[in-house]
Design a protein around this ligand. Sequence first.
Ligand code: NAD
Length: 694
Amino acid sequence: MIEILREGPFALLFWKMPKVNTLNAASIEAFREALESVLTDSSVQGIVLSSRNKEFIAGADIETLQALMAAEDAQAIFAASWAVQEVLLRVETGGKPVVAAINGSALGGGYEVALACHHRIAIADPSIEIGLPETSLGLMPGGGGTQRLPRKIGIAPALEILLEGRRLRPAQALQAGLIEATVDTPEALIESALSWLKTHPTATNPWTDPEYKIPGGGVQTPTGAQTFSVAIAKLREKTYGHYPGLEYCLRAVYEGLQVPFVTGLRIESQYFAKTLTTRTARAMVKTLFIERQRLLHLPHRPKEVPPASIQKVAVLGAGMMGRAIGYVCAAAGFPTWVKDTSENALAEAQKFAQNLTEKAVRQGRLSPADAQALRTRLHFTYAYSDLADSDLVIEAVWEDRSVKAQVYAEVAPYLSPQGIVASNTSTLPITSLAEAAGLPERFIGLHFFSPAERMPLVEVILGQGTSPQTLAWALDFVRQIGKVPIVVRDSRGFFTSRVFGTYVREGLRMLIEGIPPALIENLGRQAGMPVGPLALADEVSISLMYSILRQTEKDLGRPLDDDPVKAIGQLFVEQLGRPGRKGGGGFYEYPTDGRPKYLWPRLRELFPPKPIPAELHTQLKDRFLYVQVAEAFRTYQEGVVLHKADGDVGSILGWGFAPFTGGVFHFVEWVGEKTFQTRAQALADRYGPRFLIV
Ligand code: NAD
């Protein structure tokens, strides 16, 4: 598991586990033995730590974590964390200088190993990530990260990395002080590690000295006190106490930095153990790690279809979605042609790609040469002839059946013989679009989320006639662009738009009931949603929701008077001319002079607010989440969602459904089935049956 080589007086330790270098009981033990063998060898004067795998070390082993979490035994978790701490203390205080030669990503426990070394050099490759992302999975570092990083770079910058679970590229990590040097090539890595050892025969980490002063000031200094009061307030404001891992992480830094270093490590291990016993950690690890990983292995891909061979991608429409999708395709290496009928849209799309690549270069996420290559792969055109031989066409033109049908007919002659067509529609049933295109087998839905260059999810929608090959190609493509696919069956609004829509509708209902708008927005966020429902309605646009409602009424042949979008649409779109943010204003005002948006004052007049007793707040928050959960179960019962865990991942990555609950299905387990039933029933008794799972 650990290969030991000699280079003169220096030892080189390479991690090489069969698949991925991870921290578990066996690998820690193997590392400990290898380390002892070189520490006790008097001919060894220094140690280089590196890896033979693609990654440096990927962090804790998920099976180990899962087993510990399932046991709920804080003492066992403490012991597992402490076993790692002891080995890393040996790295740090074993009496010989140790350099981490970071050849690939060093995240979580992997970076904590590097932190215990005396010097860190990484290859300046923008695909490498370095950092402590544990809190983004509901966890916290348990291998010294909360103690060494603040002692190394100062409390405030370390808290930012710890509490935001940040991953940095080597250039950013160097600037932030997470590493000390970068080199350009793998060959230079070991060479420069060895030459550092030659000039630093007696390196130690300064924080092991009891007299050590933390850069920027310790906890009990005016700066320290200010840092913590701001950090606590910011954390509350952002998380409303839903993430115990974040609070324990903050406490570990606060308490651990006021005591001797090794005591600090013990405090960290204690909080680590506490964190792992929470239902939130379990829920988040399950959905955001285990299930997400499962989806990346494409469980719904038809196995018999050979890997997709997509040589050329065409994107129809260069609007808000099309330009971002085009960029993502080119960034993943596909020669991509973006077509629009509007000169302005094409120019904007080109500017958009230029800005994104420039920003990525500035932030060290892309090398200048790679940025140039990306832009060379991305073409903008009016002419269908440029799309000749496209293997994948992604349509992102206006949400209008006749416009879509027209572009399908126009693009068909330019498809390669095996080529497939995907629509990015957010609402129109895929089967009906496939029929309009006349290509039922080769048609599928690829529903991206805005902003598509950042959002990690793609909802893949099967039409009734979609062939296994089309599904396989679509899934291979989603993986190639680095996104997570969930597969759903065709339905109005599919899975994501349909469930997420109930959140916005609940907000509209509350407004009509006379709940004060500011309270609605605050309670939405307090319930765990990233944005209040009224702000979301403005973003999506009230006019779009209203036009979808009217289209649905037409398709179903009956009025949908119970839908709050109807009354709100009639008032805001038809009477008041307030269609949403893009149209200049909706529930909010959007000042053009740089001031932040604020709730439109006339809402008070239109919806006279009632006094709401504080006891009702919990029930109002429940309404926001329970209504989504019940709708999600309906989509499952109807066979729209294939696997509940797919829906969990989709709900968090797609629209930010309260991540601490593990997603819109796992929610029931998270609150407890009995509690769920009781509270759903209470809501149904008072507000109607939409909260019930039947
Ligand atoms: P948009 O209005 O920003 O862009 C649409 C573009 O299509 C415009 O640039 C327009 O010039 C172009 N277009 C119109 N007719 C064309 C034609 N015949 N040939 C080529 N281009 C043509 O719209 P958008 O927000 O990018 O949405 C596009 C699609 O993506 C819609 O189906 C929408 O439902 C879906 N979608 C939108 C979002 C979102 O958040 N905006 C999210 C997911 C999916």
